[in-house]
Design a protein around this ligand. Structure first.
Ligand code: NDP
Length: 332
């Protein structure tokens, strides 16, 4: 499958170019950058045949079937709409857009055009998360009572640009990390948060956008979820806990891009390690996306998953701003 990259981004450099190329017959034809020099240098660095500054040129290149969108967040919507109109399959970075109506429009357009549209929520591809979900779904811990997600990290120096200072580009920890946690909670619990309360603030890095947030979500089953995301916590570590009537799942170091971490179950008999696969998260996501584009199966996270994670994140932000409980609006 021939690909165009929309965005000369770090995430493509670090993970996604490699994952695309791990798929049989995959080829990256060009990269779109708003800056000709940066695009050229990026293409050379990654052995990509061409670089362009014009979206139509990227979409019009011969034989391109799929695009990967990893520009800043406010560009995802217009670029996805153009790619869908050109009949391309789309793998879009999270958050799908800066407004819910835009994300809904993207997913609707893709459905009508008959192209695959996926959201790059990498975490649900991790062996650790797949094992956790299986344990929850099989009833291993009984009825789920609550879940806690620990995702307060220290944002690496090289990422302290638009993410911490540019609201218009979709900056802030809520669109960056809360969306991932929303997807992870939905993935494990199999239900969509109904109502949220939250507090957010700037704790050292944010300039006009929040760099830290804590929130509590009510689930339709009655389970409660607590989530903590931050850019300013160098030593907190990541993880999650899911507590059920018959046991608790505890996972440490699993809210990450690598196939690492430790997972165990605590129950009346003691502590039991939960084994999991250690495949590359992004390779799995690209494998499922490629198969879906060939008409087999579905991507690991589709467009609706991206709409829902964005909906939760926007509700968390609204709850933090207003100080009120906010019902999550999934766009109908
Ligand atoms: P980057 O900041 O690396 O890239 C975003 C845009 O910034 C690029 O499209 C590029 O514009 C511009 N840019 C890149 N480098 C420079 C530079 N040196 N000087 C000026 N501008 C530059 O973003 P990320 O890779 O961190 O994130 C991109 C998207 O991917 C976001 O939507 C983010 O939320 C998502 N993401 C997802 C992850 C996941 O695991 N699912 C992980 C990390 C990010 P141009 O293209 O015009 O050259």
């Amino acid at each position: 499958m021939r690909w165009a990259l929309l965005g000369a981004s770090r995430i493509a450099s670090s993970y996604v170019i490699d994952a695309i190329r791990a798929q049989q017959g995959a080829e990256i034809v060009s990269v779109l950058s708003s800056d000709a020099g940066r695009g050229r240098a990026y293409a050379e660095r990654h052995g990509i045949a061409g670089s362009v500054t014009d979206l139509d040129a990227a979409l019009g290149a011969e034989g391109v079937e799929a695009v990967y969108i990893s520009t800043t967040n406010e560009k995802h919507h217009p670029q996805a709409m153009a790619a869908i109109a050109a009949g391309k399959h789309v793998l879009c970075e999270k958050p799908l857009a800066t407004e819910l109506s835009q994300a809904v429009e993207m997913v609707t357009a893709a459905r009508e055009a008959g192209v695959v549209f996926a959201t790059n929520h990498h975490l649900r591809n991790a062996g650790a998360h797949l094992a956790i979900r299986e344990a929850v779904a099989s009833g291993r811990i009984g009825r789920v009572l609550s879940m806690r997600v620990f995702h307060a990290v220290s944002l690496p120096e090289e990422l302290r640009g638009w993410r911490v200072a540019d609201a218009a580009a979709g900056g802030g920890v809520i669109p960056d990390i809360t969306v991932h946690d929303a997807d992870t909670v939905r993935f494990h619990l199999g239900e969509d948060p109904a109502t949220v309360v939250a507090r957010a603030g700037e704790s050292g890095l944010g300039q006009g956008v929040e760099d830290s947030v804590m929130s509590v979500w009510s689930m339709p089953s009655g389970a409660m979820v607590q989530a903590h995301e931050s850019f300013t916590h160098p030593h907190a570590g990541t993880g999650l806990e899911i507590h059920g009537t018959e046991g608790s799942i505890v996972a440490r170091g699993v809210m990450t891009q690598e196939a690492v971490g430790e997972v165990w179950i605590e129950d009346a008999e003691g502590r039991h390690a939960l084994k999991f696969e250690t495949h590359n998260l992004y390779h799995r996501a690209l494998g499922l996306f490629t198969a879906a584009a060939r008409g087999e199966g579905r991507p690991s996270a589709d467009g609706v998953d991206g709409v829902k994670s964005l909906a939760v994140a926007l509700a968390v932000r609204e709850a933090a701003r207003s100080g009120r409980a906010v019902d999550v609006d999934y766009g109908g």
